[in-house]
Write a protein that binds this ligand. Sequence first.
Ligand code: IMP
Length: 184
Amino acid sequence: MPQRPYVIDEMISAKSIAARVEALAKEITKAYRDTDKLIVVGLLRGSFVFIADLVREIDLPVEVDFLEASSYGNAMESSREVRILKDLRGEIAGKDVLVVEDIVDTGFTLHHVVNLLKSRGPKRLEVCALLDKPSRREVKIKATWTGFEIPDEFVVGYGIDFAQRNRNLPHIGKVRFLEEPAGA
Ligand code: IMP
């Protein structure tokens, strides 16, 4: 299906993101200071840029693992049905875990993933989300740490896509559709 034409308006600059990531990493380092190893679990694919920046600012022994849950596909609306497409490689029982998510929107994805991982008996499990859209929430869940609360806008960049595009933007921008010319 051809994509309607759109532009991307900057919402959060690369500089603001970097400053916030540094601050989040400091809080995370402090919270887990007694751990001998922190397992950082990135939710693919949207968190891959965020997790890369975040782990480099965390001053602890860190192991990185990834989990992929189905979300929007190519649409702009949540399917509300969460499936695990790729599971963790490692065990998390008895370990200190930090789940890293790009956006908490309806909350279905995070709720499902947190319940699944908690059922595996980690010693501690917290969540760090880069973005939160609280006005969209349908399931009661909140990340331990949030980078930025944003309004109900569809955003892209810094790892986050629209139909698999725009992940390579250094900033976060909102998608604005252009009017179709009459008769198009
Ligand atoms: P939730 O299950 O509705 O909370 O959706 C979470 C997932 O939907 C996120 O991890 C993103 O992959 C995707 N998502 C939610 N909002 C946006 C957006 O504004 N842009 C791109 N993807 C989004």
